[in-house]
Each structure stands twice: as C-alpha cells, then as structure tokens.
Design a binder for this molecule. Structure first.
Ligand code: FE2
Length: 132
C-alpha cells in the first residue's frame, strides 16, 4: 500500500485492504485499457464486480452490528456504485467505447471511499457500540 493511499484510510485494516484492492483493480483496468488488452479488461471488470459486492455486503454487516444511524443511506450509495459498475461491465462486455465510464467509475469509487465511507467509519468510531 503506497503512502498516497494513506489519504483514503478509514483505519479499519480489513476495510482499508479491500479499498486498496478495489482502487488498484480499477487502475489496472485502465492500464490494460490503454494497451487495448480487452480480454484483461473484461476479466478484471468481472472480478471488480465480485469483489465490490462482497466488500460492500461486509461493510454493511459491520455498520449494522455497530448500530450505524445512517445505514440506509449508505446502503443506497452502495447500490448506486453497483449499478454504475454494472453499466460499465455491460459496455465492456459489448465492446462499446467505455473510457468515459471507466473515468467516472474511478471517480465514484474514490468519492465513496474518501467521503462516504470515511464519514461512516468516523461516526462508528465516535459511537462505540453499547452491548446489552
Ligand atoms: Fe461503503
């Protein structure tokens, strides 16, 4: 994990690892895209979708057990990321021009991690769960 990623950390190690993996995968997709290696782009875009779903479901389960107050709006944000990724995947698989979608996918992932996840994990750190 490079120093530049420190900026994105939410300070929950397994979440930071998963975020780093998602952003790295997206960056690799762009690198293969620049090399016109469409088979790798398709493979990695599929993999990104699987990783994203697992990761977001895991995040939601952490938030749920922490009693996170704004869980529903976070879940809505996750569904938006998933549907943007589904559109991106569909363009890639149909061999359509996708570079603008790749850019907006990267922006959306960065924004989600840097703003939405950070706020949520800060809230959870400030409101430790009271067990009965
Ligand atoms: Fe999230």
């Amino acid at each position: 994990m490079p120093a530049s990623f420190v900026h994105y950390k939410v300070n929950v190690p397994e979440i930071d690892d998963a975020h780093w993996d998602l952003l790295s995968t997206m960056r690799l997709i762009n690198q293969f895209g620049a090399e016109h290696n469409i088979e790798q782009v398709k493979l990695l875009t599929g993999r990104l979708g699987d990783k994203l779903k697992l990761h977001q479901a895991y995040e939601e389960s952490l938030m749920e057990s922490a009693g996170y107050l704004y869980l529903n709006s976070h879940k809505n944000a996750h569904r938006e990321v998933e549907s943007r990724l589904a559109e991106f995947q569909s363009a890639v698989n149909r061999n359509l021009a996708y570079s603008h979608m790749a850019d907006s996918m990267m922006d959306m992932l960065r924004h989600h991690i840097d703003e939405i996840d950070r706020q949520s994990f800060e809230w959870m750190a400030a409101h430790p769960h009271q067990s009965e």
